[in-house]
Design a protein around this ligand. Sequence first.
Ligand SMILES: *[C@@H]1O[C@H](CO)[C@@H](O)[C@H](O)[C@H]1NC(C)=O
Ligand SMILES: *[C@@H]1O[C@H](CO)[C@@H](O)[C@H](O)[C@H]1NC(C)=O
Ligand SMILES: *[C@@H]1O[C@H](CO)[C@@H](O)[C@H](O)[C@H]1NC(C)=O
Ligand SMILES: *[C@@H]1O[C@H](CO)[C@@H](O)[C@H](O)[C@H]1NC(C)=O
Ligand SMILES: *[C@@H]1O[C@H](CO)[C@@H](O)[C@H](O)[C@H]1NC(C)=O
Ligand SMILES: *[C@@H]1O[C@H](CO)[C@@H](O)[C@H](O)[C@H]1NC(C)=O
Ligand SMILES: *[C@@H]1O[C@H](CO)[C@@H](O)[C@H](O)[C@H]1NC(C)=O
Ligand SMILES: *[C@@H]1O[C@H](CO)[C@@H](O)[C@H](O)[C@H]1NC(C)=O
Ligand SMILES: *[C@@H]1O[C@H](CO)[C@@H](O)[C@H](O)[C@H]1NC(C)=O
Ligand SMILES: *[C@@H]1O[C@H](CO)[C@@H](O)[C@H](O)[C@H]1NC(C)=O
Ligand SMILES: *[C@@H]1O[C@H](CO)[C@@H](O)[C@H](O)[C@H]1NC(C)=O
Ligand SMILES: *[C@@H]1O[C@H](CO)[C@@H](O)[C@H](O)[C@H]1NC(C)=O
Length: 407
Amino acid sequence: MHISLLLVLPFLCHAQTTSPVQNSTQASSLAALSQFLATSGETAFVNATERVIGTTVGNQFVSEIENAATGNGSFTFFVPNNNAFTGSPPKNITDLNTLAGIFTYHLIEGKFTTDNIASSPGYTLVRTFMNTSQLVQLEGNKSQVLALTNDNGTIKIIGQNTPVQVVSTISLPSNATNPNLKAYVLSAVLDPPPTLSDALFSTNLSAFETAARQTSYIDSLESAHGITIFAPSNQAATQFFANNSSFNISMIAALLGNHVINGSTLYSTQFPFNTTSASGEPLTLSTNSSGAFISSGASTAKIIQPDILTSNGVIHVIDTVLLNTAENQTAANSAFSSASSAAATAAAAEATQTSPVGSSGSSSGPSGSNSTSGGNNKTNHAINPSISLGCAISSLLSLIATWAIVL
Ligand SMILES: *[C@@H]1O[C@H](CO)[C@@H](O)[C@H](O)[C@H]1NC(C)=O
Ligand SMILES: *[C@@H]1O[C@H](CO)[C@@H](O)[C@H](O)[C@H]1NC(C)=O
Ligand SMILES: *[C@@H]1O[C@H](CO)[C@@H](O)[C@H](O)[C@H]1NC(C)=O
Ligand SMILES: *[C@@H]1O[C@H](CO)[C@@H](O)[C@H](O)[C@H]1NC(C)=O
Ligand SMILES: *[C@@H]1O[C@H](CO)[C@@H](O)[C@H](O)[C@H]1NC(C)=O
Ligand SMILES: *[C@@H]1O[C@H](CO)[C@@H](O)[C@H](O)[C@H]1NC(C)=O
Ligand SMILES: *[C@@H]1O[C@H](CO)[C@@H](O)[C@H](O)[C@H]1NC(C)=O
Ligand SMILES: *[C@@H]1O[C@H](CO)[C@@H](O)[C@H](O)[C@H]1NC(C)=O
Ligand SMILES: *[C@@H]1O[C@H](CO)[C@@H](O)[C@H](O)[C@H]1NC(C)=O
Ligand SMILES: *[C@@H]1O[C@H](CO)[C@@H](O)[C@H](O)[C@H]1NC(C)=O
Ligand SMILES: *[C@@H]1O[C@H](CO)[C@@H](O)[C@H](O)[C@H]1NC(C)=O
Ligand SMILES: *[C@@H]1O[C@H](CO)[C@@H](O)[C@H](O)[C@H]1NC(C)=O
């Protein structure tokens, strides 16, 4: 496979429009992309995109770019600079669909600029096009989100393994492009959110993970499509289990289920809400001027680190364990099935959503408006927004880099 790739690629480079793996739609999409990136001199990403044509996800990405470049919708496109494709240690490419999937994380629904991205330390969550099942397992096949912040006029991406920011704005030729497309040069290729296990590990939530492994509840969490976890900090969980060593496995499982919403990924921009936990008990999320709080039974915890994105949902770190071992399987099942049907409807609506995730703005979208303030202001002012994501996919990014070097 490695050899055949090397044989085919030079041909693609020199005979783009007549390549056997491209059809005319794909060729014109790439031509549009090349045309508007040409002025920026950032051609490595276009070259990399050419290589994934022929894969299912690669073809999907090229159609999405075509639509963004020539359609009427509003879009934001992050183009990693040439440096982003060099310099990492060589590794072999294993899966071009996965690589193409990472590229789709760089295209966003809606036109975002420093005017409508929340100022640091706040942030705005936006919906990307990344929905390939290899990298994203959200409810209803929703696409993954990305967290953007306006740091004194510089757009930065939060929660990445290494700092990533916009280094320049691409000037699009006025004749050839969608006026509602905004394109930026990015300092690196984006890291998609890691798996749940990698996120728990890198966020230092091992005490919660250990309890979940003891009860085998971790399997449900890892295989969930769309999940919200209120994970007690290591300090809180360690102390709690030391003080409650008499809890048996089923009590711990019920307790953990009261820290989870099954079938819905609810970010801080969607606070407050009332819902039902995975154990079937009422779960109340409230906010006030001192922060966001989650209550179950008689316990209330403060959210101390929100919005740790994972491939299948989101983790919010809380400062204490919610002491509730009650459960109601009937209520849990019914909550899960409502969540699933809501997700299918929401996913369809989000296919055309151009406003930030969790904003009160409608799907018609607020290009250039300040709609972030409605949904995100609570987050911006009430919650410590620091996000720490894992480094599980750094090897994938090395693959991308190598690929460019090999070619
Ligand atoms: C992209 O490919 C073109 C055509 O093969 C080449 O001229 C250019 O140098 C490549 N860009 C980068 C950054 O490698
Ligand atoms: C060309 O590729 C696009 C994108 O993958 C696809 O939607 C379209 O059906 C293809 N057209 C033909 C004639 O194969
Ligand atoms: C864009 O809008 C124009 C005018 O409303 C319309 O004629 C055209 O078909 C639209 N193009 C797409 C790709 O939707
Ligand atoms: C790349 O693949 C070849 C053949 O499969 C293998 O021998 C080599 O060790 C691999 N290199 C790396 C860096 O993984
Ligand atoms: C999600 O995608 C898979 C195939 O990729 C499909 O089988 C499934 O029906 C989809 N689910 C929803 C809710 O769209
Ligand atoms: C991903 O989104 C695209 C539209 O952007 C859609 O055509 C495709 O079916 C989606 N894939 C899944 C697995 O839902
Ligand atoms: C923000 O940027 C301006 C110049 O653009 C600079 O004068 C100012 O000191 C910066 N503020 C902070 C807090 O960095
Ligand atoms: C846009 O203008 C440039 C020159 O300014 C030209 O090369 C290009 O072909 C034009 N594109 C379209 C689609 O008209
Ligand atoms: C949640 O329920 C409580 C008690 O019924 C109510 O006071 C609160 O307003 C509800 N919160 C939301 C966001 O609906
Ligand atoms: C369990 O939940 C169901 C459905 O919400 C409810 O009808 C039932 O009364 C609950 N059972 C208990 C013991 O609370
Ligand atoms: C959005 O709000 C910021 C600061 O509050 C302001 O500078 C900017 O002009 C506003 N943008 C729009 C489009 O209203
Ligand atoms: C955020 O909320 C605070 C307090 O509710 C308010 O004073 C402030 O103007 C709001 N900021 C924005 C950008 O809406």
